[in-house]
Design a protein around this ligand. Structure first.
Ligand SMILES: Nc1nc2c(ncn2[C@@H]2O[C@H](COP(=O)(O)O[C@H]3[C@@H](O)[C@H](n4cnc5c(=O)[nH]c(N)nc54)O[C@@H]3COP(=O)(O)O)[C@@H](O)[C@H]2O)c(=O)[nH]1
Length: 714
C-alpha cells in the first residue's frame, strides 16, 4: 500500500514528475553545497577572530608575567587597562597559578550576566574560579555563536613555567556579522542557482518528455483509428529513440499480423460460404442469399424461381472413370451453369452432384421454364475432361416463389421433388413443380415404410423371362424378375421399389430372398421333371459391393442344393467398374465355382470395351434401348454391331435384351448374336407359365412366331 504522498506523485503527469525530480535533486545539492560553504566560512572567520584574541592574550600574558609571579594586582591591572581602547574586548581577567584573580577589566556596558567569571560570588574560592575558567575554555567555540562573545584562555609562562592564566572575552558581533553576510551570499547564490536550475530543468524535462508525449499521442491515434500503418519519426538515438524503434516495430508486426488475420478470415469466409471444388456458393451462402431474395421479392410482389439440378448417372461416372474425372466434370458443369444466369441470380453447389440456381424477378412460370430449358441445353455438348470425352445429362426441377412455397426449405424441397419427377420421366429433362408431385413424394415415404415389412410379410413374387438361343430356340436360362404384391397398390414392378430398396439398404435382404426363391424354383422345376434350367438373378451394385455377397450366394446355393452351374448373376456395368480389384476377385471365385456371370444393360455405362477382358465375364447383355432403336438408328445399329464383334473376340456369350420384333431378331441373328430375351419370346411370367417354354410343345409354338428352329429343351 502506498502512502498518499507517493500516490500523488505517482499520478502526476510525466512533465511535473520530471520537474519535481530535477528540482528536488538541485535543491538538495545546492543546500548541501551552501551548507558546506557557510560552515567552512564560519570556521575561517572563527579562527581569524580567535587568532586575534590569542595574540592579545599573549601580549597581556607577557606583560603581566612578573606582576603575576609577585602577586602584584596593581601592576597586573596596568597590563589590562589599555584594553579599554579595544572596543571589541568585553572583559579580561588575570589569575595566578593558584586561581587568585589579580586583575580584571570589564568594558562599559558589557553584559555581566553572560560572562561566566562575572557570575561568581564576590570573594569566590580559587577552585571555583579555576573551574569557571576551564568552563570558559571548553565553551569557547559554542559561545561565539550562541552567547555573542568569543573567549580565549591563555597560560602565562615565565622561564618556561606556568605562573598564571589570562582570560579574554571579546564581542563576536564582527564574526557573526561576517557570518551573516556569508549566509546571505550563500542564500542569494542558492536562489540564483535554483532559478537557473528551474529553467534548465524545464528545458531538460521538455527534451525528455516531449518525444514521450508525442509517442503517447500517436499511440492514442493508432488506438482510436486502428490505423496501424502510422509510424513515429525517431527523435534521437538514445533510449527514447530505441523506444520509438520498438513502437514502430510493434506497429509493423501488428500490421503484418492483421494482414495475415485478414487473409485467414477471408479464407475461412471462403471455406464457410464457398464450395472449394467449384468455387460456387455453398449451401449456407445459397440459403442466406435466397432468404434475402425471398424477403425482397415478398415486399416487391415478385416471383423467384428456385431450380434444382442433379446430374444423371454421376455416381457411375465417378465409379467408372474415377473421382478425378468426376471432380473435373463438376467444375465444368459449375462453369457452364454460371454462363446462363444473370448477375443478380445465384448458382450454388449443395453437395455431390446437386446444384441449385435461383433467379429473381421471374415474371411467369414460362420464363422459369425458359431458364430451365437453357440449363438442360448446357448438357447437349459433350464434356472434355482430361483424356476423356463424355456425354452427361442432368435432371432439373423448378419451383416458384411464392406460389409453390414461401420458405427456402419448402422451395428447395419442392424443387427436389420436381427434379425427381424429371428423373422419373426419363432424365435429361426439366419438370416444373406441381402440387400433386408432393403427393408422390409422401407416397414414396409411405412406400418405404411398407417396403420394410414386405419381405417378412412375404409380399414379393418372382416372374421369370426366358432367354433363348437364336439358332436352336432352346431356353438357355430364365431371368428372375421381382414383383411386389402390395396390399393396397396391387402388383408393383421393380421400377417402383428397387431404387427405394437400394437407398434404404433393404436391397441385400430383398436380393437374398430373390436368390433363395429363384434357386428353390429351379430345384422345383427339376423335381417336377423339367430339364435343368439356369436361373439368373439381378444383383444390385449396392448389394454386390457388400463384402459378404459371395458368402450370401454360397449360403443360398448350399441351402437349396442347386448346382452352381444352374445359377447366373446379372450385374450392371456400373457395378462392374466399382472397386475393380474386389469385383475381379469375387467374380473370379464365383466363376470358378461354375456360376455364370452376365453384364446387364451393357452399353449404357462408360466402360471401354477393351477394359472388359480383365473381368471373368461369361455373357454381355446388350441394353434394350439399342435393340429398340437399331432398326431406325444407324448409330445404335453400329453400337450393337461393335458390341457383338468385341464380345466375340473376347469369347463372351451375347444376349440381346428387349427383342420385340422378328426384324430385330433377324438383324441380330445376321450379326451373330447368340441369344435373345424379350417380349417376342415372352414377357416375364410366373414360374408355372415359364416352365412351358422348357417343353418342345411350347418352343414349337414359339418357333412358329419367331422362326427359330426347334431343338432339345435345355
Ligand atoms: N436388383 C434387382 N433388380 C431387379 C430385380 N428384378 C428386376 N430388376 C430390375 O428392375 C428393372 C425393371 O425390371 P422389369 O420391370 O421386370 O423389366 C424387365 C422386363 O420386363 C423388361 N423387358 C424384357 N423384355 C422386354 C422387351 O422386349 N421390351 C421391353 N420394353 N421390356 C422388356 O426388361 C426388364 C429386364 O431387364 P434386365 O434386368 O435389364 O434384363 C430391370 O432393370 C431389372 O434388372 C431384382 O430382383 N433385383
Amino acid at each position: 500500500m502506498s502512502r498518499p504522498g507517493e500516490h500523488f506523485i505517482r499520478n502526476l503527469p510525466l512533465q511535473r514528475k520530471l520537474m519535481l525530480i530535477i528540482m528536488l535533486c538541485c535543491t538538495a545539492t545546492l543546500l548541501l553545497a551552501s551548507l558546506f560553504f557557510v560552515a567552512r566560512e564560519a570556521k575561517v572567520l572563527y579562527q581569524a577572530q580567535q587568532e586575534d584574541l590569542v595574540s592579545m592574550a599573549e601580549v597581556i600574558g607577557e606583560n603581566s608575567a612578573s606582576a603575576v609571579v609577585f602577586n602584584d594586582p596593581k601592576s597586573a591591572e596596568d597590563t589590562v587597562r589599555p584594553l579599554a581602547a579595544k572596543s571589541s574586548i568585553l572583559a579580561a581577567y588575570i589569575l595566578n597559578k593558584n586561581g587568585r584573580l589579580l586583575a580584571r577589566y570589564l568594558a562599559p556596558g558589557a553584559a555581566r550576566e553572560r560572562l561566566p567569571l562575572e557570575l561568581l560570588a564576590e570573594g569566590a574560592a580559587p577552585a571555583d574560579i579555576i573551574r569557571a575558567v576551564q568552563q570558559v575554555q571548553n565553551d569557547a567555540y559554542r559561545s561565539s555563536f550562541f552567547s555573542g562573545y568569543a573567549s580565549v584562555v591563555k597560560a602565562i609562562y615565565l622561564d618556561g613555567e606556568q605562573v598564571g592564566t589570562v582570560v579574554l572575552h571579546a564581542s563576536a558581533s564582527g564574526f557573526l556579522h561576517n557570518l551573516g553576510w556569508t549566509l546571505l551570499a550563500a542564500l542569494l547564490f542558492m536562489g540564483a542557482a535554483f532559478v537557473a536550475a528551474y529553467l534548465f530543468s524545464a528545458r531538460l524535462q521538455q527534451m525528455v518528455s516531449s518525444p514521450l508525449l508525442e509517442l503517447l499521442a500517436t499511440m492514442k491515434e493508432v488506438s482510436a483509428s486502428k490505423n496501424f500503418s502510422l509510424r513515429v519519426q525517431k527523435p534521437s538515438s538514445d533510449e527514447i529513440g530505441l523506444l520509438y524503434d520498438g513502437f514502430n516495430e510493434m506497429l509493423c508486426e501488428i500490421e503484418e499480423r492483421n494482414q495475415i488475420l485478414r487473409q485467414r478470415q477471408a479464407h475461412l469466409q471462403q471455406l464457410a460460404h464457398y464450395d472449394p471444388l467449384t468455387r460456387l456458393p455453398n449451401r449456407t451462402l445459397f440459403y442466406d442469399r435466397l432468404s434475402q431474395a425471398l424477403s425482397l421479392a415478398g415486399r416487391a410482389r415478385e416471383a423467384v424461381a428456385v431450380i434444382f439440378i442433379d446430374l444423371d448417372h454421376f455416381k457411375d461416372i465417378n465409379d467408372t472413370l474415377g473421382h478425378r474425372i468426376g471432380d473435373l466434370l463438376l467444375i465444368e458443369v459449375a462453369s457452364r451453369l454460371s454462363t446462363v444466369v444473370r448477375s443478380c441470380d445465384t448458382v450454388a453447389r449443395l453437395g455431390g452432384d446437386e446444384f441449385t440456381v435461383f433467379c429473381q424477378n421471374i415474371a411467369t412460370p414460362e420464363n422459369a421454364a425458359l431458364v430451365a430449358q437453357k440449363l438442360v441445353a448446357l448438357f447437349v455438348d459433350t464434356f472434355r475432361l482430361g483424356e476423356s470425352e463424355i456425354h452427361v445429362t442432368a435432371s432439373i426441377g423448378v419451383t416458384l416463389f411464392p406460389n409453390d412455397g414461401k420458405t427456402v426449405d419448402e422451395l428447395l424441397m419442392n424443387a427436389d421433388i420436381a427434379m425427381y419427377h424429371a428423373k422419373g420421366a426419363g432424365k435429361n429433362v426439366f419438370a416444373l413443380f406441381e402440387k400433386r408431385m408432393n403427393e408422390h413424394a409422401s407416397e414414396r415415404v409411405t412406400l418405404l415404410t411398407d417396403l420394410r415389412q414386405a419381405v417378412s410379410q412375404g409380399e414379393f413374387v418372382l416372374h421369370y423371362q426366358p432367354k433363348v438361343d437364336v439358332l436352336t430356340g432352346k431356353v438357355t436360362s430364365v431371368e428372375a424378375l421381382v414383383r411386389w404384391m402390395h396390399p393396397r397398390l396391387g402388383l408393383l414392378g421393380p421400377d417402383r421399389f428397387i431404387r427405394l430398396a437400394e437407398e434404404s439398404g433393404l436391397i441385400a435382404e430383398l436380393t437374398e430372398w430373390v436368390m433363395a426363391t429363384a434357386c428353390r424354383q429351379a430345384k422345383s422345376w427339376q423335381e417336377d421333371g423339367h430339364p435343368p434350367v439356369r436361373v439368373a438373378v439381378n444383383l444390385s451394385p449396392f448389394h454386390f459391393q457388400r463384402q459378404d455377397v459371395k458368402e450370401a450366394i454360397l449360403a443360398v446355393l448350399g441351402a437349396t442344393e442347386l448346382d452352381p452351374a444352374l445359377f447366373e448373376i446379372e450385374i450392371t456395368e456400373g457395378a462392374l467398374m466399382q472397386n475393380d480389384e474386389y469385383t475381379c476377385r469375387v467374380l473370379g471365385e464365383l466363376r470358378e465355382m461354375g456360376i455364370t456371370v452376365s453384364v446387364d444393360d451393357f452399353g449404357t455405362g462408360y466402360s471401354s470395351l477393351s477394359y472388359l477382358h480383365r473381368f471373368p465375364i461369361n455373357t454381355l447383355k446388350i441394353d434394350r434401348t439399342f435393340i429398340l432403336n437399331m432398326m431406325k438408328s444407324t448409330e445404335d445399329q453400329a453400337i450393337v454391331t461393335a458390341i457383338i464383334a468385341m464380345a466375340k473376340s473376347l469369347n463372351m456369350q451375347i444376349v440381346a435384351e428387349g427383342v420385340e420384333t422378328v426384324e430385330q431378331l433377324e438383324a441380330l441373328k445376321d450379326q451373330g448374336c447368340h441369344e435373345i430375351q424379350g417380349f417376342l419370346i415372352s414377357r416375364p411370367v410366373n414360374a408355372e407359365k415359364v416352365a412351358r417354354f422348357f417343353t418342345d410343345e411350347d418352343r414349337l409354338r414359339q418357333d412358329r412366331r419367331t422362326g427359330i428352329p426347334a431343338g432339345d429343351a435345355a
